[in-house]
Each structure stands twice: as C-alpha cells, then as structure tokens.
Design a protein around this ligand. Structure first.
Ligand code: AMP
Length: 464
C-alpha cells in the first residue's frame, strides 16, 4: 500500500524556484491515503541524487526548507505503508543506491515482490550488499549483476539501459508499479499482470506519472493513459520511448483498489472507484430483503456504496456517524474507563437521527472485525432499534501478497468464522456481505481482476 509519483519537466530546467518540488510534493500529498508511515522525494542534478525523506505524513515529513534543494528536470516521490520490510528509516522511499553501471540511481515502488527472498539470497551470493529490508532495493541491486537481455530491439538512446532493465524485470515476480531515475532519465514500469495502477499524465511543461489520477488533478495535469502491464516507459530530453518486456494477455488488477484503497475521485483501471462502489451498494441492495428506516455509511469508506444501496432500495440515506477529520499523529492511549475512546475519536453516532430507528449500516469490508463491533455497539448505545450491518464486498478470507496491507490468515475473521458467528461477534441484528458475483457485476471486465483476498485463488506463487 503505497503511492508513487514522478515528474519530468519538458521545458526549462528548474533551478530551484520550486516547480519540480511543487509537483513532486503535491503529487504525493494527494496520494496520502495510500500510505501514512513515511514520505520522500528525490531529484537529480549534475549526476547526483538529492533525497529528502522522513517518517510521518507528507506535511510533517517534508519541509518548505527541504524542498528548496530539489532542482533539475526530474523527480520521483513516494508515500509508504509498509507491506514488506519494517518501517525503519532505511526503508523510507525513494531508495537510492550507487550503481557500478549507472552511477547514483533512485527508485519508488508500489506493490510486493513474491520472489524477493530468492532474489535477495542470489544478490548476496554475488556480493551485493543490500541496506534495506524492504523488497524495493533489489531492483537496483540487480541492475549491477544481470547480463544483458537483447530480446527487445531498443532505440539507440537506450541501448545501454534497456537490455539490463529487461533482464531485471524478467527476474522479479509479483506486483510492482515502479518509477526510477537512472542517468537523469525518468523510467516507469509495471509488472506483466498489472496488479497496481500506474498512470501517465501531461501538462504543457511536464510529463507526470502517478498511482492515481487525483495526483494529476491537484497539479492541473491531464490524464493521458495507463502505463500498460509489462511496459517500460523512458522519458528524457529526447522525448518518450516505450518498450514491452512482456505481453501477457491476462491482467490481474487488484479488485481491492476499487473496494477500499483508491480515492473515489481517481480514475484507475479505466473506471472511477466511486462509480464502482456505488454499483457494489446497488448489487448489495438487490441481494438484500431487510426492511429499515435509514441507510447510513461508515465514513468515509462506506459512503459511495451506501448511496448506491439507498438509491436502489429507496430508503433514506443519512449521516448517522460523524467523522472527526482532525486526528493527529499523537495517539492518547485509551483509558480502561472510556471503553469507546479510540473509536469515538474518529466516529461519533449522530443521536438525532439514530434514536429509535432501524438502521442499515454500510461499510466496504470487514478485516479483523473490531471496527464493525465497535460501530454496532456505538449505534445501539445511541438508541438504534435495530442495527443491520451490510458489507459491500465478500468476506476477506486471504491475506494479500501483492501489496495490500492485510493481516495474517488467522487474524482475518472470515477465514475461520461463519457469517453467523461474525454477526454474533459484532453484535448486529443481521449481517450480510455482497456476493462475489455481485462484486464482479460491479466492475467492467471482471476476469481482468485479482480476487485472491476473497477467493484464495492466488495468481502468482509466493516463493520463500
Ligand atoms: P477491521 O476492524 O479490521 O475489520 O477493519 C475494517 C475497516 O478497515 C473497514 O472500515 C475498512 O474500510 C478498513 N480497511 C479495509 N482494509 C484495510 C486495510 N488493508 N488497511 C487498513 N484499513 C482497512
């Protein structure tokens, strides 16, 4: 769970009046929902990479003073939510390495490699020392040890780079949407199954890349196209060149991006998550015969589905839970006396609308079940007559090995409990999930998605 952003200025070089930095900074600022652990930006000037990176939210991690050092034509930036490796300082992205072949290189990565341990051992045998425990650094480590792969005809400008990159990308397996700075060029690549989104945009003065289009909106860039699965794109002063290191027919785009992860106003995988989520709510309503006075969302994640559900059923949509958006980084440990403090810090039931009502509550997913249990409890304490929990996706039964941060199988409530047992645990009057068929009816081209978290059908093997 990470967000990546990259920019290549096509007009004048930025000499520090901050266009480059502004784009790189605001790009990840709008991708903050994809990772809150750390943030970082790199730029390249005169053969050297400048890196600014710190723990925390973008606003806290990167200061106005820091970004004055970002100069040149090219920058990449990243927000991180660790799915591989711990949250130590070394693992904060962008990751920079000195390469014997290419000098200083930098990378940002969204995804998770499934053969990371194999590759790490192979690199160590070849005398390559890795400083991070995250899987991202192996892309850079491999650049120094692989043989050239000449299977793809490359433009004369890329003859020294593409054969090595193709070798690297043919070795790594799993999910990756990556952006790199190599020799002052901006390079984008996406794994052959296209698990994670990666999009290209343009302004009159820049080519940009991002995990979601909301990062283009904020800097007033236009969405151009997706970086396709199996594609490498190179941007430099000579323009844009595209190569395919794999032409797979089947993609495995992550369905959970549409269920929960991506921002509703972004365009990813050719659809708006808002529209998909609304359809999920409608499909859920079609499959449901409960009678209730109001439909309320768990904000913000359940809102589009609740709107769809309410419109289909013709039951009024109300704001039954009010969210406090100002939760800072400091967390006050909840005292034993105030049982609901940790959930009340975020959500407060709106007694004026809840009291004596039969309520349908909609959320996007249940993972460990703790959120739903607390919400049902709050609504009952606020006087709800009945609480019917509705989930706009099927039960999550399997962990994700391709870049979504989900707990182990044991911690996933639905992996070992029936729907009735979960209902009892959360204390709801009834509980219903959207069916897998209903979920698939909500997206275009359902076969192009990975649904392993709901089905246990993993498209890429995990190698230890
Ligand atoms: P839980 O209490 O573990 O059942 O959490 C469920 C809530 O977490 C739902 O409201 C989801 O919107 C949200 N959620 C779903 N998947 C994730 C995830 N991978 N990381 C963080 N939150 C999530």
């Amino acid at each position: 769970m990470c967000g990546v952003f990259g920019v290549y200025l096509t007009e004048d070089e930025d000499v520090g009046f901050s266009k480059l930095a502004t784009f790189a900074y605001f790009g990840i600022y709008s991708l903050q929902h994809r990772g809150q652990e750390s943030a970082g930006i790199c730029s390249y000037v005169n053969g050297e990479i400048v890196r600014i990176a710190n723990k925390g939210l973008v606003l806290d991690a990167i200061s106005k003073e820091d970004i004055k050092n970002l100069k040149g034509k090219v920058a990449i930036s990243h927000v991180r939510y660790s799915t591989a490796g711990d949250d130590s300082f070394e693992n904060i992205q962008p990751i920079v390495r000195s390469s014997s072949r290419f000098g200083e290189v930098a990378i940002v990565h969204n995804g998770n490699l499934t053969n990371y341990h194999l590759i790490r051992r192979m690199l160590e045998k070849n005398g390559v020392n890795l400083k991070c425990t995250s899987d991202t650094e192996v892309f850079l480590g491999l650049l120094d040890v692989v043989e050239k792969d000449n299977s793809i005809a490359s433009h004369i400008l890329d003859e020294e780079l593409i054969p090595y990159l193709v070798s690297v990308l043919k070795l790594v397996e799993g999910a990756y949407s990556i952006l790199m700075i190599i020799n002052g060029k901006l390079i984008a690549a996406r794994d052959p199954l296209g698990f994670r989104p990666l999009l290209m945009g343009r302004r009159k003065d820049a080519i940009v890349f991002a995990s979601e289009t909301c990062a283009f909106d904020i800097i007033e860039a236009d969405y151009w196209r997706e970086v396709k699965p199996g594609e490498i794109t190179i941007v430099d002063e000579n323009g844009i060149r595209t190569y395919f290191f794999s032409k797979s027919q089947n993609t495995k785009k992550c369905i959970f991006e549409h269920v929960y992860f991506a921002r509703p106003d972004s365009l990813i995988f050719s659809e708006y998550p808002y529209n998909v989520r609304k359809k999920m709510g409608m499909e859920l309503a079609k499959e449901d015969d409960v009678e209730a006075d109001i439909v309320i969302p768990v904000p913000d994640s359940g809102m589009p589905a609740a709107i769809g559900y309410s419109q289909y059923k013709n039951i009024p949509y109300e704001m039954g839970l009010i969210r406090n958006h100002y939760i800072g980084r400091t967390f006050i440990a909840p005292s034993q006396d105030i049982r609901n403090l940790s959930v009340l810090m975020k959500l407060n039931p709106n007694k004026g609308i809840i009291k004596d009502k039969s309520v349908v509550v909609i959320d996007d997913s249940i993972v460990r079940g703790t959120t739903s249990k607390r919400i049902v409890n709050l609504l009952k304490e606020a006087g709800a007559k009945e609480v019917h929990m509705r989930i706009a996706s099927p039960p999550v039964i399997g962990p994700c090995y391709y870049g979504i941060d989900t707990p182990t199988k044991e911690e996933l409530m639905a992996s070992h409990m029936s729907v009735e047992d979960i209902r009892k645990f959360i204390g709801a009057n009834s509980l219903k999930y959207l069916s897998l068929e209903g979920l698939m009816r909500s997206v275009q081209d359902p076969d192009s998605f990975c649904d392993a978290c709901f089905t246990d059908n993993y498209p890429v093997e995990i190698k230890l």
